[in-house]
Design a protein. Structure first.
Length: 105
């Protein structure tokens, strides 16, 4: 059985690229385009990993992480174009497992 990864990012191109690469590696994916959908998809699909953008509409990735950590422990990888140290610290303090910048900082 393949691992399921939730890709939560408001940029459809980023979701498409990640979905293509992960499926090529034999993993299944589900996608969310904003924070509220990400929270719902995480709870309904129980993915093995969440790739979570910090900057999303309706609820940012930091808030999604905080809410998820209240009742589940799914590994979370923050993916963001924001490369500020405070964002990395907040993400880890709220329960994220790792941060990846999408562009050089």
């Amino acid at each position: 059985m393949s691992q399921t990864i939730l890709i939560a990012d408001d940029d459809a191109h980023i979701r498409d690229v990640l979905t293509f690469a992960l499926r090529k590696a034999g993993m299944s994916t589900v996608e969310a385009g904003h924070g509220l959908d990400a929270l719902e998809m995480a709870r309904s699909h129980a993915p093995d990993l969440i790739i979570l953008d910090i900057n999303m509409p309706h609820m940012d990735g930091l808030e999604v992480c905080r809410k998820l950590r209240a009742d589940v422990h799914i590994p979370i990888l923050f993916l963001s174009s924001r490369d500020e140290e405070i964002d990395r610290i907040l993400g880890l303090e709220l329960g994220g497992d790792e941060n990846v910048a999408t562009q050089p900082g």
